[in-house]
Design a protein around this ligand. Structure first.
Ligand code: CAA
Length: 261
């Protein structure tokens, strides 16, 4: 396995890959080398036959405190533009077909909030500290925050949050539909996220990938097109072995033995 400087990679449970952001001195600020490592680890898990679901987390104190402000401070327009700064962060949403669960404790600010919003399932502690404070730095969210947060909480709240830079708690994140569940402690958070990852990893890989794909389509397509897209994929799954395996097992009151084909 490659030797990473800013992340820790493990396989803590059957079928589960874990990436822990590990740049404690900067509260996991997302410098370019960290993102490069993250993308590399995600690509490795994507192609690994032993990993079916991925957990992304930080420390108890910080999921990630944003893009690296010290790295960004001297950037010119031309450098940012010609290098398409931040674009590679989205590799996570385009290259990764396996489900990604983010477990957020502590700060998830700016790019940290945006990274969490890219996950398929977001769990957090009740006290987690989310926000898009870029306005305070004389800039705006640059990793999809204005789009994903707005889709998640609606324009009224997103506009207020992004224009004021005010943060919101994990409890609010759940209430507003950003987070699926909240937990009182960091340990409970990690345990629940691992359990969920393990549950997902216990299903047919074919069905899981299709389920993620169609839910994500709902964010891009008008309703009628999305429903049609879903039906096409649903029909396609009748061509999979695991649809037969799953339904036969139900009828016979047995546990399905997935073939992942
Ligand atoms: N970039 C670089 N370094 C950061 C950082 C960041 N985003 N966030 C924290 N750090 C560093 C601090 O500079 C500090 O380093 P030193 O010890 O060398 O001074 C260290 O991490 C610890 O931070 P604090 O001493 O500030 O810790 P705190 O507990 O007092 O405060 C905090 C925590 C409220 C998260 C505060 O660090 C903070 O406000 N951080 C910046 C948050 C932010 O503005 N994020 C948005 C960045 S812009 C962005 O992300 C653009 C985009 O959309 C892609």
């Amino acid at each position: 396995a490659p030797n990473y400087e800013y992340i820790i990679v493990s396989e803590p449970r059957p079928g589960v890959g874990q990436i822990t952001l590990n740049r404690p001195k900067a509260l996991n600020a997302l410098c370019t080398p960290l993102i490069t490592e993250l993308n590399s680890a995600l690509r490795q898990f994507q192609s690994s036959p032993t990993v079916s679901a991925i957990l992304l987390t930080g420390s108890e104190r910080a999921f990630a405190a944003g893009a690296d402000i010290k790295e960004m401070a001297p950037l010119t327009f031309a450098e940012a533009y010609t290098n398409s700064f931040i674009e590679s962060w989205s590799d996570l949403t385009t290259a990764l077909k396996k489900p990604l669960i983010a477990a957020v404790s502590g700060h998830a600010l700016g790019g940290g909030c945006e990274l969490a919003l890219m996950a398929d399932v977001l769990y957090c502690t009740a006290k987690a500290n989310f926000g898009q404070p870029e306005i305070k730095l004389g800039t705006i969210p640059g990793a999809g925050g204005s789009q994903r947060l707005t889709r998640a909480v609606g324009k009224a709240k997103a506009m207020e949050l992004i224009l004021t830079g005010k943060s919101f708690s994990g409890e609010e994140a759940e209430k507003w539909g950003v987070a699926a569940r909240t937990f009182e402690s960091y340990d409970e958070l990690i345990e629940a996220a691992l359990k969920t990852a393990e549950t997902i990893a216990g299903y047919s890989k074919v069905a899981v990938q299709a389920a993620k794909e169609v839910v994500n389509k709902s964010q891009d397509l008008p309703l009628r097109d999305g429903v049609e897209y879903e039906r096409r994929v649903f029909h396609a799954l009748f061509g999979s072995q695991d649809q037969k395996v799953g339904m036969k097992a139900f009828a016979e009151k047995k546990k399905a033995e997935w073939t992942h084909s």
